[in-house]
Write a protein that binds this ligand. Structure first.
Ligand code: ADP
Length: 488
């Protein structure tokens, strides 16, 4: 070998050694003859281990027939270029490689071996696979997924975006995002881009966009910044969900609620008007009956008149209650507060009720102290009468009704306890709502489900509370509070 030849092969060796690709040569029987440092790195065998061994050490068993085909081609003098296949490392891990194989010939032109250049394309393959998977996900999404530059030019447009907005991808890409923004909302874009430039994500922003055919679409928008490999924000990705259906359902719901409200108002108006109109004739009937009662003072017919008077009183109570409900509905239940002693009022009420009770007793625990309150005495009287008459009504033949009232740290607590039929647990909350009556045994007593509703509203308007504790078959205790005069 002359000097020139020696120099050339030294240079070649240096190139082979520093190549990033594995460069291997082998004989036609597969015996490895050279193995550069990249081959050591890619396949995990040192040159010492590999040289002299068979090339099959890096070929997975199932791919051994492939090697026979390669050798056949090489023997025919063919070159194999960029052949992608799988090889096996010393540690057993499979790697994807791209091979270029050329025959090595002797001075007579006879093929005596092969040289292989192998490039590890595992990473490349993986990122291609990931890319394909991501693209498939983006395309199968039910949301429109769009990306754009910071100037608003569209850079990608998935299948759902095509369907939602009516522009095919090739028409939308390169256009400005304003093609889908209604003119009156164009200002939103600047705000969105401003957020994106500052690295802020926009989450579930509900807005309206417009399709190619002019149809307005209610969407929920999520916009996130897109960064390049240096971490610089270069654009934005938008995910748009069509919420037109949801928006339509919400619109319908609001419409029905409004309609329901109107109907409810009609009903309340009617109730207010009817009870108001009933009051005048009732008053006239009552005064006429009283005149008749007076005229027939000694006659035995007076009993019938008195029976009728009782019924008129019941009717008057009902009409008054209905009127109260109407007033509560429109927030116009008048409360005229004065300072008075609740203890005195309590005794008066109990005395009056006692006169109408045959045999039943109401026991009121007497206190020495005054119970000064700042309240509407006739409304509080209404509450006490309601609860007391219930206590008597719902405890037929029961023991005494026990009433107590005491000052508890600035508020007066009134309790009315009966030994009656009791109230099921599941009804305890509801009995204070309008027209609610407990089913079963309680419904055999006459009533309208109004009294406790009005009572609790009166108490609420005084800044107090009303509640009940009850045991079926044992009785109930109704409580209410009103602020003491000092506190009020
Ligand atoms: P009404 O007594 O006219 O039906 P209320 O509004 O006064 O209307 O009472 C609502 C319901 O609460 C009654 O229908 C009854 O079922 C129940 N209730 C009220 N007070 C008592 C009580 N002391 N004992 C048992 N049940 C009661």
């Amino acid at each position: 070998m002359n000097m020139d030849n020696m120099e050339a092969s030294a240079r070649l060796l240096a190139i082979v050694q520093c190549s990033q690709d594995a460069i291997i040569s082998k004989k036609l029987d597969g015996t490895i003859t050279t193995w550069n440092s990249a081959a050591e790195r890619i396949f995990g065998y040192t040159a010492q281990e590999a040289i002299g061994d068979n090339i099959s050490i890096i070929i997975p068993e199932e791919l051994l027939p492939e090697e026979k085909d390669i050798i056949k081609k090489i023997k025919r003098g063919e070159i194999i270029e960029h052949y992608e296949t799988i090889r096996k490392r010393k540690d057993g891990r499979r790697i994807s490689i791209a091979l270029t194989i050329s025959p090595i010939k002797d001075e007579n032109g006879k093929t005596i071996g092969a040289s292989k250049i192998a490039r590890d394309i595992t990473g490349e393959k993986e990122s291609k696979r990931n890319e394909a998977m991501l693209a498939a996900i983006v395309d199968s999404s039910d949301d429109a997924i769009i990306s754009k530059t910071l100037d608003g030019y569209i850079t990608s447009w998935n299948f759902t975006a095509e369907k939602m907005f009516g522009y095919p991808a090739n028409e939308a890409i390169g256009k400005h995002i304003s093609i889908i923004i209604p003119p009156e909302r164009i200002g939103e874009e600047a705000i969105i881009i401003d957020n994106i430039r500052n690295g802020k994500k926009l989450d579930h922003f509900e807005t309206v966009r417009v399709a190619k055919n002019g149809r307005q679409i209610n969407i929920s928008l999520t916009v996130s910044p897109v960064k390049n490999s240096n971490g610089e924000i270069i654009g934005a990705s938008k995910v748009a969900r069509d919420i037109s259906e949801r928006a339509e359902i919400e619109r319908q719901r609001q419409l029905y609620t409004k309609r329901l409200q109107e109907l409810n108002n009609y009903k309340d108006d009617f109730m207010a008007m009817a009870s108001h109109e009933l009051k005048t004739p009732l008053t006239i009937v009552k005064s006429n009956l009283q005149i008749l009662e007076h005229l027939l003072a000694t006659d035995s017919n007076v009993k019938f008149i008195q029976l009728n008077l009782k019924q008129v009183d019941k009717l008057t109570d009902l009409v008054n209650n209905l009127l109260d409900i109407s007033k509560i509905q429109i927030g116009k239940l008048e409360i005229n507060k004065t300072v008075f002693d609740l203890d005195i009022l309590m005794k008066e009420i109990i005395d009056n009720i006692h006169q109408a009770l045959e045999g039943r007793r109401i026991y009121y625990k007497k206190r020495d102290d005054k119970l000064m309150v700042f309240a509407d005495s006739s409304r509080i009287e209404q509450v006490i009468i309601n609860v007391l008459t219930n206590a008597i009504k719902y405890s037929p033949g029961g023991p005494d009704v026990i009433v107590d009232a005491f000052d508890d740290d600035g508020k007066i607590i009134v309790s009315i306890k009966d030994g009656g039929i009791g109230i099921p647990q599941e009804d305890l909350q509801n009995i204070f709502t309008r027209f609610y009556r407990v089913r079963g045994m309680a419904s055999t007593f006459s009533g309208s489900g109004i009294g406790l509703y009005i009572s609790s509203e009166i108490v609420k308007q005084h800044g107090g509370e009303m509640w009940v504790e009850s045991t079926i078959g044992k009785g109930s205790v109704f409580y209410f509070t009103i602020p003491a005069a000092d506190e009020a």
